[in-house]
Design a protein. Structure first.
Length: 333
């Protein structure tokens, strides 16, 4: 059962508006029957109605209903329109990133060892983690977002990305979703590594000598998608703080409470044990969440909305949220 956003009626077969994302009963499912804010954005300077399916159409409806035009994402020279090279991924960027995470995981623990790159070796760290020894290795800014420190780590992040990612992508479009996910993930990792360098400015060294791994006390590494996923959580929290989720598929709670508990835990642990307490990149979590909250506030000012319930398997029902508790080698995000 879902609640109509207009009249509050319990609706067993709710309708979701393509323009504003709201949930409505049969009486209020049409945009004109629930005073849809998207009706004001039907103007198209080219005289072509924009259905919202193609986020490359140069119409006001696409840009405004998905969070406004302009910005870094619109400068990305990628054609996602019909016939474009990556047209298949239009609207599916969240699932694409989910796939990239698992491909990277296979490379980390399956293919790399076959090439002589053993787990937690200097080369492994310099390929898959953003670390204090070599923060100038720009490729690790990206690879560290998709790499993970273990099976439970990637499973927890995958679950949250699966539920939250498509909702955010639907609200802001694929280009902006890609920019948000990668930007938040990279900045979260850089925040963690930068703070580690400031907190422990000694020489950060990782090397292999006579078959032994030598790591200095100043060495710190971070990997994982939790910073990026925390940003998605922040966006949804601002758009619909009352969104009902099921933490660990069992505990029902509004999203604002789950986000608050997540932030409070990271702050408490950071304050008592440091920004990398428990082998977890606590500062990266907070940085990603902060980026998401800021962007969510921008979207909310522009009239964007999120659904009242997470959808799973095409029908109404509860979802699962909360980035779980990653931990492990270096600092996991």
């Amino acid at each position: 059962m879902a609640t109509c956003d207009r009249c509050g009626t319990q609706e067993p077969m709710p309708y979701q508006c393509r323009l504003c994302g709201g949930t409505y009963c049969s009486d209020h499912r049409l945009p004109e029957n629930h005073d849809c804010p998207g009706l004001e954005n039907w103007g198209d300077p080219n005289g072509v109605f924009d259905s919202g399916f193609d986020d490359t159409v140069d119409g006001q409806a696409t840009q405004q209903s998905r969070g406004g035009g302009g910005g870094i994402a619109d400068a990305i020279p990628i054609n996602t329109g019909p016939g474009g090279l990556v047209a298949y991924f239009r609207g599916n960027a969240a699932f694409l990133f989910l796939g990239v995470m698992w491909v990277t995981f296979v490379i980390q623990y399956g293919i790399a060892p076959l090439a002589g790159i053993t787990d937690r070796s200097p080369t492994w760290y310099n390929l898959f983690t953003l670390n204090t020894a070599h923060p100038e290795y720009v490729w690790t800014w990206v690879t560290s977002v998709f790499a993970h420190g273990g099976f439970s780590h990637i499973v927890l992040n995958s679950i949250v990305l699966y539920f939250f990612g498509p909702i955010v992508e639907d609200r802001i479009g694929s280009k902006k979703f890609v920019a948000l996910f990668l930007g938040a993930g990279i900045l979260a990792g850089l925040a963690q590594v930068g703070a580690s360098l400031l907190a422990n400015p000694g020489p950060a060294v990782i090397a292999s000598q006579n078959g032994r791994l030598l790591i200095s006390d100043a060495f710190s590494a971070t990997l994982g998608a939790s910073g990026a996923i925390a940003a998605l959580m922040g966006v949804l929290t601002l758009l619909n703080p009352g969104l009902r989720i099921y933490l660990y598929f069992v505990i029902p709670m509004p999203l604002w409470l789950a986000t608050g508990l997540f932030a409070a835990y990271s702050i408490f642990v950071s304050g008592t044990g440091g920004i990398g307490a428990g082998g977890v990149a606590q500062l990266a979590h907070l940085a990603g969440l902060g980026i998401g909250l800021l962007y969510g506030a921008k979207l909310k000012r522009e009239g964007a909305r999120a659904p009242n319930e997470l959808q799973f398997g095409g029908g109404p029902g509860g979802g699962m949220g909360g980035p779980g508790g990653p931990g492990g080698p270096g600092r996991r995000r």
